[in-house]
Design a protein around this ligand. Structure first.
Ligand code: FES
Length: 106
């Protein structure tokens, strides 16, 4: 599964990830800056906040209540396409996934 991430300065990172891992795990394994993921995917930090581009945002399962609650704590502006990347499970449908990284996670 190919993933494209854009940093706030416009720099693009492309990485390959495995089906079944989370977007956060794939990004951390590739040392992508701007994804801190302090809690390691326990849904208690909101430092793995990303903006998922369409049409991919619409393909994701809707966020669960606990993800929505944690998004309240995201440091950067929250948008309709805001997600916590530790809750985004990578599937074949998401091949080519395009994600913008927020200005800050703190
Ligand atoms: Fe902490 Fe996603 S890694 S909420």
């Amino acid at each position: 599964i190919t993933i494209h991430l854009w940093a706030p300065d416009g720099a693009e990172t492309t990485l390959q990830a495995r089906e079944g891992e989370s977007l956060m795990q794939a990004a951390v394994a590739a040392n992508v800056p701007w994804i801190a993921a302090d809690c390691g995917g326990m849904l208690t930090c909101a430092t793995c906040h990303v903006y998922v581009r369409e049409p991919f945002a619409a393909r994701l399962p809707a966020p669960q209540a606990d993800e929505l609650a944690m998004l309240e704590f995201a440091a950067a502006e929250r948008r309709p396409t805001s997600r916590l990347s530790c809750q985004v499970e990578l599937t074949r449908e998401l091949d080519g996934l395009a994600v913008d990284l927020p200005e800050t996670q703190y």
